[in-house]
Design a protein around this ligand. Structure first.
Ligand code: DOR
Ligand code: ZN
Length: 354
């Protein structure tokens, strides 16, 4: 850190971060968005919820090649692939993909929980043999933690998932590495804090910046709609404390999820917030507001690789204090995408490699 004093730095240099939860899509949209993530991050855990989903090692390998072909020349970026679990996932195929370095993790989408999750798992009992195998070989499980029954209120779905699915799963498979992704509630923070070292969580920038009022007051704001949906202010405040606490159990996962403007501004708008272009600027604002800039590097760059058992990045990136205007829209290939913080001015600027 350099600047007038440790409390008011004018620039910050940290180990290059990784994004531990990301959506790239495919085709033209992917071609347009990969550059934004590759500019800031060395690696990203790539979500497999394409149509059709990335359910096997072979599909993940082919998807990885398409992503690599979209990385701009001169940028070093490594996509870390995940397999989408279904009721009929093949444990041998996943284990082999993990052993061969094609699959970093597998992803549990409860069927119907979110975008392109219809082929997800209908009952966790169906994948218990796969999860047992993953625990045995040390393959991490990424979890979208929401129950899906229609009678459960959407604001309660994460808390219900913890009680009914996650607690029993962790008790049954105490060695399974679980990443509780994009957590949104005080109950999730409490669960993660109490759990063993094999349980961690990612936190998105949007859940640190917005609460449910930002989605619903003064008109519906589809660009602030994502899943799990933003909760009450009291939850946001707990998430901010967790992310900035210095605890090794929390790390950066943007859940950047590009949807074109017309798919968001629609009678049935898609869930997802596209935050990749200004992700680090957005997170750093939170750490500064919380007076915890000294914990930014562990959250962004150290805790993730440590949990996944992957090497740390060696290079460094710098952000400097300077106003950055977030554009109203960004090229999304087939159509434009409205980014998180559109039209706002952020106070840190990403400068790239130190
Ligand atoms: O808001 C979300 N968008 N949450 C998810 O879980 C999926 C994602 C997407 O794929 O668009
Ligand atoms: Zn996601």
């Amino acid at each position: 850190m350099t600047g007038p004093s440790a409390n008011t730095p004018t620039s910050i240099t940290i180990r290059r971060p990784d994004d531990w939860h990301l959506h790239f899509r495919d085709g033209e949209t992917m071609q347009a968005v990969v550059r934004h993530t590759a500019r800031q991050f060395a690696r990203a855990i790539v979500m497999p919820n394409l149509t059709p989903p990335v359910t096997t090692t072979a599909l993940a390998g082919a998807y990885r090649d398409r992503i690599m072909a979209a990385v701009p020349e001169g940028i070093a970026f490594t996509p870390l692939m995940t397999a989408y679990l279904t009721d009929t996932s093949d444990a041998d195929d996943l284990a082999q993909g993990h052993r061969d370095g094609v699959l970093t993790a597998a992803k549990l989408y409860p069927a119907g929980a979110t975008t392109n999750s219809d082929s997800g798992v209908t009952d966790i009992a169906h994948i218990m043999p796969v999860l047992e195998r993953m625990a045995e070989i040390g393959m991490p499980l990424c979890v979208h933690g929401e129950v899906t029954e229609s009678h459960i209120d959407i604001f309660d779905r994460e808390a219900e998932f913890i009680e009914r699915i996650l607690e029993p799963l962790v008790a049954r498979l105490p060695d399974l590495k679980v990443i509780f992704e994009h957590i949104t509630t005080a109950q999730a923070v409490d669960f993660v804090d109490r759990a063993g070292a094999n349980i961690a969580a990612t936190i998105t920038p949007q859940h640190l910046h917005i609460n449910r009022n930002d989605m619903l007051v003064g008109g519906m704001r589809p660009h602030n709609y994502c899943l799990p949906v933003a909760k009450r202010e009291e939850h946001r405040l707990v998430l901010r404390k967790a992310a900035t606490s210095g605890s090794a159990k929390y790390f950066l996962g943007t859940d950047s999820a590009p949807h074109h403007r017309h798919d968001k501004e629609s009678a049935c708008g898609c869930a997802g917030i596209f935050n990749a272009p200004f992700a680090l600027e957005s997170y750093l604002a939170v750490f500064e507001e919380e007076g915890a800039i000294e914990h930014f590097e562990s959250f962004a760059s150290n805790n993730g690789p440590r949990f996944y058992g992957l090497p740390m990045n060696e290079d460094r990136v710098t952000l400097e204090r300077a106003p950055v205007e977030v554009p109203a829209e960004i090229d999304g290939g087939v159509a434009e995408i409205v980014p998180f913080h559109a039209g706002q001015t952020l106070s840190w600027r990403f400068c790239g490699s130190a």
